[in-house]
Design a protein around this ligand. Structure first.
Ligand code: FUB
Length: 326
């Protein structure tokens, strides 16, 4: 039987959901897809034309039926002092009653940096800092908090520009590993106490096979983008998108830095090129928030938010979900 799924915002195009439960309520922080002004579709992601963010919350105990509240526009690219173009996947973390939104945005040289914007409320609006985070690069920030420490996972290949960096330095020439070379890893970094910077140098997030060897570049289940971290039964679950092979996968580790051992597919490919998600526990169940491009007729730059239940097996592995509904 197919897993029942629900479209959450049928009247608009929202993608890349970062989801958190704060004070008993689900908050969703998605990308906001717009039709591009000058249409070009390429591996660089020039077909994406995101220029603002909305926040949504769910009013009810069951995400499959809860009322969806749109809190409106909470940050506009026009208000970010260093902005070039393209607000990709955002994330929000809470610390000491303040809410910090992290967002990837191309600067005026078309280089992705990660910015921060601050609010007193989970539903925003968010006020951007004047500059991007020092030393930041690439896309798709996701924050995991434990014992007052905040870890940011980030990075994405191709249009996400991760192949332009090695050891946190920009390369003269981008380098994408191929074949049996180790796959390019995502990154993890602990945030500074004030939440506005990195407390250390970003580290590679290693995903290993059952023999302890890094997944190779030609492995269809290797990391591409869309990191997410959650904890289940004392283990750390790193989940991510495989990009050009279109899966959501996961790997399990013993601490937030990894290494992580590859475990399997969470969701098979959806309609649309990208796949991106988050996983949260709410009302005694686990939920997978994600997107597909069914409502736009397959346009991968116009995606729609979805939710469905996620289930574990007794051994802690995740039961795979079919991305296609028919
Ligand atoms: O939404 C733009 C990009 O597409 C995201 O940053 C990636 O994760 C992919 O979903």
């Amino acid at each position: 039987m197919k897993t029942p799924k629900r479209y959450l915002v049928p009247a608009d195009f929202m993608a890349d959901p970062s989801v958190h439960v704060w004070d008993g309520k689900i908050y969703i922080y998605p990308s906001h897809d717009w039709e591009p002004e000058d249409f070009v579709e390429n591996d660089n992601g020039d077909h994406f034309n995101m220029k603002d963010y909305h926040v949504f919350s769910l009013n009810g105990d069951d995400p499959m039926t809860a009322e969806v509240i749109d809190h409106g526009k909470v940050l506009d690219v026009a208000d970010i002092p260093w902005a070039g173009r393209q607000l990709w996947d955002c994330e929000v973390a809470r610390k000491d009653g303040k809410y910090y939104m992290y967002f990837p945005l191309k600067d005026r040289n078309d280089i992705f940096r990660l910015g921060v914007a601050i609010s007193d409320k989970p539903e925003g609006p968010f006020i951007p800092q004047p500059d991007p985070i020092k030393g930041s690069y690439s896309i798709d920030p996701a924050i995991y908090e434990e014992d007052g420490k905040y870890y940011m996972y980030f990075g994405g290949l191709w249009g996400g520009q991760l192949q332009r960096y090695k050891d946190n330095k920009a390369l003269e020439n981008a380098y994408l590993p191929e074949g049996k070379e180790d796959a390019l890893p995502g990154r993890v970094v602990r945030l500074s106490e004030d939440m506005l910077g990195f407390a250390e140098d970003p580290r590679p997030v290693m995903i290993l096979d059952e023999e302890g060897k890094p997944l190779t570049a030609d492995n269809p289940y290797r990391f591409f983008e869309a990191s997410w971290m959650h904890k289940y039964n004392g283990k750390y679950y790193l989940s991510y998108s495989t990009g050009d092979t279109h899966y959501l996968c996961y790997a399990i580790g013993d601490n937030p830095y990894g290494p992580f051992t590859y475990k399997g597919v969470i969701m098979t490919p959806v309609v649309g090129w990208t796949t991106h998600h988050s996983i949260v526990e709410f009302s005694g169940k686990w939920w997978l928030f994600h997107h597909d491009s069914v409502p736009s007729g397959g346009k991968t730059w116009l995606r729609s938010l979805k939710v469905c239940e996620l289930k574990y097996n007794e051994d802690g592995t995740i039961q795979p979900i079919e991305g296609l509904d028919e």
